[in-house]
Design a binder for this molecule. Structure first.
Ligand code: IMP
Ligand code: MG
Length: 180
């Protein structure tokens, strides 16, 4: 697997340090509030799992699975909910956790969909932000790292469902796109 990585962009150590910083910031901001941490399957799982253990407050967590319509790798902005939340959110502050915000289309749809359910608030924590790719006005409230426009894998991020288990974030070699 690792022979397909051209370079490591964010090391395991840097991920751990930054996630701990985000957890501390969230702990300060949400003191005394009822938080629901919402993981967006599947990419957010490693980030969310590490982040919740750095949030020193009582919380609950749940998951949603979304799929963007259309076969291309580009987000279309039309999103289908494959798995929804298990209960109403009227009494909670929702903190969405995402692996990466790219065009922002998925997140924009999700924020609107959740806001319509009348939670106390909706905020977003993303591990990565490809800010130069943004097509719509949506900004993460907590961001681990702003990265350049390169396709990255690892720590939850996939290419064809592979590489999610790498403990770092890396850039794939060109040849990795040709094998399956
Ligand atoms: P958006 O709607 O364009 O913001 O799409 C975000 C989704 O695209 C993420 O949750 C990822 O699943 C996927 N994505 C965007 N950039 C990358 C990348 O560099 N590597 C892996 N997945 C990516
Ligand atoms: Mg993906």
């Amino acid at each position: 697997m690792e022979e397909y990585i051209a370079k490591v962009l964010i090391t395991r150590e840097a991920l751990g340090k930054r996630v701990a910083e985000l957890g501390a910031e969230i702990t300060r901001d949400y003191e005394g509030k009822n938080i629901l941490v919402l993981g967006i399957l599947k990419g957010a799982v490693p980030f969310m799992a590490d982040l919740i253990r750095e949030i020193k407050l009582p919380l609950t967590y749940d998951f949603m699975a979304l799929s963007s319509y259309g076969a291309s790798t580009q987000s279309s902005g039309v999103v289908r909910i494959l798995k929804d939340l298990e209960r109403s959110v009227e009494d909670v502050h929702i903190l969405i956790t995402e692996d990466i915000v790219d065009s922002g289309l998925t997140l924009k749809y999700l924020k609107e969909n959740l806001t319509a359910r009348n939670p106390l608030s909706v905020k977003v924590a993303t591990l990565l932000d490809k800010a130069t790719r943004r097509q719509v006005d949506v900004f993460p409230d907590y961001n681990g790292f702003t990265i350049p426009d390169e396709f990255v894998v690892g720590y939850g991020l996939d290419f064809n469902e592979q590489y999610r288990n790498l403990p770092y974030v890396g850039v794939l070699k060109q040849e990795a796109y040709k094998v399956d």
